[in-house]
Design a protein around this ligand. Structure first.
Ligand code: BTN
Length: 329
């Protein structure tokens, strides 16, 4: 581990409190001027560090830069930190996960970026991914379960996000089929799952699960066209909660994805969190639009619906809109 990483780790562990230059120098076995040099480098990178004579250095509570050192205090022991890759900027963490997968990256490799220049959403849309205010994360999965069970990755991931957001913020979350997470009546997270296929064999090599969470953003900071439905966990103040905490809370749970898929025991929770169960909805598939009532969600995550003519069906793709969810829908 580099000296810089050690300094940052110690400041993160003592976030909001002063650590003396002498203490840092002793712990890391470098000179005090060496510490001072590193502190300046960290400041240049954007870390909010206060330096006071006779007190030392303090990483401010509201400082919120993603870093492995910042996640470490919140990561469970079974998480391999060497498999967490953090970028300042990238086209899309999903794209990077796919590239790494084709170069032999291991299962459970996690890719995070401060921002995405080409964040991707479902159905060919883009995902707004500015720096400093979201968590954009992809994980490379090699599920050990049957193909039938791995279809549930996206459904399971939406439950993972709800649990993680509630852990760090105590704000209740719901899910709009199939995998949009809502908090305070707005969509705060989207999930995009992609398969990596080996061209030669045609086999699915791995699954890339991409999660984008809007962490802290005011309404007017979203592009106008999504403002009516997009939101963030926090609008202004986070009470000292950081994106590193959210990232760690998600990563901890994603490590148990195989177990979740194997048991399927999250489906009941998914149903409890559902915004569409028991509701009259519009089923949107391409240019087709159909009204239906959602009766249940089956064990594969499909929507069991009844049409106005009394016939029933199971919906596995497309989108659902719920009247009254947003003022403009
Ligand atoms: C949606 O709401 O349509 C899905 C959005 C998924 C966004 C995430 S952010 C991390 C990962 N990288 C991407 O390019 N997309 C996913």
């Amino acid at each position: 581990m580099s000296s810089k990483s050690k300094v940052l780790g110690l400041l993160e562990q003592n976030r909001g409190a002063y650590v003396s230059g002498a203490e840092l120098a002793k712990e890391i076995a470098i000179s005090r001027s060496g510490v001072w040099k590193i502190i300046n480098e960290l400041k240049k990178e954007g870390y909010d560090i206060t330096a006071v004579t006779n007190k030392g250095y303090r990483l401010e509570m509201e400082n919120d830069l993603l870093s492995i050192e910042g996640m470490t205090p919140y990561l469970e022991d079974d998480v391999d930190k060497n498999k967490i890759l953090l970028y300042k900027t990238i086209d899309s963490t999903n794209n990077e996960a796919k590239r790494l997968s084709l170069n032999g990256a291991k299962a459970n490799t996690v890719i995070l970026s401060e921002e995405q220049s080409g964040g991707k959403g479902r159905l060919g849309r883009s995902f707004y991914s500015p720096k400093g205010s979201g968590v954009y994360l992809s994980i490379l999965l090699h599920p050990k379960v049957s193909a039938e069970k791995s279809i549930l990755v996206t459904t399971a991931a939406s439950v993972v996000v709800c649990r993680a957001v509630e852990e760090i913020s105590e704000k209740p979350c719901q899910i709009k089929w199939v995998n949009d997470v809502y908090c305070g009546g707005k969509k705060i997270c989207g999930i995009l799952t992609e398969a990596v296929t080996n061209f030669e064999t045609g086999n699915v090599e791995s699954i890339v699960l991409g999660i984008g969470v809007n962490f802290k953003r005011k309404e007017n900071e979203f592009p106008e066209e999504i403002r009516h439905k997009a939101g963030a966990i926090f609008q202004e103040h986070t009470g000292g909660v950081t994106r590193n905490q959210l990232a760690a809370a998600m990563i901890n749970r994603l490590m148990h994805m195989d177990h979740m898929l194997e048991t399927g025991d999250f489906i009941e929770e998914y149903k409890h969190r559902s915004l569409v169960l028991g509701k009259e909805v519009q089923l949107v598939s391409g240019s087709e639009n159909r009204t239906a009532t959602v009766l249940d969600i089956d064990e594969t995550g499909g929507l069991i619906v009844r049409y106005p003519d009394g016939n029933q069906g199971v919906i596995r793709s497309g989108e659902v809109s719920v009247r009254g969810l947003f003022s403009k829908e």
